[in-house]
Design a protein around this ligand. Structure first.
Ligand SMILES: Cc1cc2nc3c(=O)[nH]c(=O)nc-3n(C[C@H](O)[C@H](O)[C@H](O)COP(=O)(O)OP(=O)(O)OC[C@H]3O[C@@H](n4cnc5c(N)ncnc54)[C@H](O)[C@@H]3O)c2cc1C
Length: 304
């Protein structure tokens, strides 16, 4: 009821945003897990997103930026404050010969296909990553030796007080699955530089990566991708498999039989199940190999 009243206030005061109160986050994460967000907001323009940040600040509401929800575990008690989905900020443009500009809500796969259709090479790796441009820049998404840091040149972002900033080159502070945006800021749009390539070769490379994913990853189950970061010189999946944990379960969460680096939701898994399984894996791998695995999945929200 309180959230409904707050939603009404937001609807009256900021234009071009769809607002829902008490929206289940399980509907917006690839894990299909997560309790309700107090306010779930879908701005249709960058200006509306900026206005929303200012409104939330004035109301004392924390804001969480949601992309594809593909690297997230939302706890069962849900998220207090505002979850802002970037899904409608989805413009892509070729701004110069080898340069593209994409808004934060563009799916990475769509950007990769756009690049292929322009015969531009450099995003083949991104075709099978189920996240958005904003989440991809935040995470420095990568696969098969490629990552966004290789092509991202400039990013327009908003600070918590709605101020506009442009981050350039090394200021992105890209590292393994991280960037400067871990310290704050909402990615609005990014500009990437690619190289000329042959459309058929780019397409063939994408097909090859797609087939590799299909044959090795449990894409038929909800998950958030690799559950753990790669420890230096090692593979998390192999350590988990060698610990005898393939198929291990806590409630509805299971270590995938197909790829031990993935935790899957076999149906009705809660966030507590997943967190329990993460802990079980960490303890067992540390006991057997002395390696403490670090979760790659971002965990947000409150327990029930
Ligand atoms: C089947 C599967 C396979 C995967 N394979 C890979 C892979 O090969 N390589 C890889 O790197 N990842 C992989 N992932 C994980 C995931 O797709 C990536 O981490 C992706 O970059 C997350 O993007 P997202 O938009 O879904 O972000 P979300 O999960 O929505 O959010 C992740 C983080 O990014 C932040 N964020 C999102 N949008 C913005 C924004 N506009 N501004 C600021 N912060 C923002 C969020 O606040 C959050 O902290 C896989 C996931 C799945 C389910």
């Amino acid at each position: 009821m309180l959230n409904e009243r707050l939603a009404d206030k937001l609807r009256r005061e900021v234009a071009n945003i769809d607002v829902t109160a008490d929206e289940p986050m399980s509907a917006h994460t690839t894990f299909k897990i997560g309790g309700p967000a107090d306010l779930f907001c879908l701005p249709s323009t960058a200006d509306a997103l900026r206005e929303l940040l200012l409104w939330a600040r004035a109301e004392g509401q924390p804001v969480f930026a949601l992309g594809g929800g593909s690297n997230l575990l939302v706890r069962d008690g849900g998220v207090r404050g505002v979850v802002v989905s970037t899904a409608r900020l989805s413009r892509i443009e070729r701004i110069e010969d080898t340069w593209l500009e994409a808004e934060c809500g563009v799916p990475l796969a769509k950007l990769a296909s756009f690049a292929r259709d322009c015969s531009l090479s450099g995003l083949e790796f991104a075709q099978g990553i189920p996240g958005s441009v904003g989440g991809g820049v935040y995470m420095n998404a990568g696969a098969y030796g490629g990552s966004l840091e290789q092509s991202v040149r400039e990013t327009d972002a908003l600070s918590a007080d709605g101020g506009a900033v442009t981050v350039r080159g090394g200021e992105h502070a890209f590292g393994y699955r991280k960037s400067c945006f871990a310290d704050g800021g909402t990615v609005l749009r990014t500009r990437i530089e690619l190289s000329h390539g042959d459309r058929d070769e780019i397409a063939a490379q994408m097909d090859d990566y797609r087939e590799r994913r299909r044959s090795t990853q449990p894409l038929e189950y909800p998950s958030a991708g690799s559950a753990f970061k790669r420890p230096p010189g090692l593979f998390a999946g192999k350590l988990i498999q060698d610990s005898g944990l393939k198929g291990a379960r806590v409630g509805g969460a299971q270590v995938s039989e197909k790829h031990a680096g993935f935790i899957i939701n076999t149906g009705g898994a809660t966030a507590s199940d997943v967190l329990g399984l993460i802990e079980k894996i960490q303890i067992e791998v540390f006991r057997q190999f002395g390696v403490m695995l670090e979760s790659e999945i971002r965990v947000i929200g409150e327990d029930e």
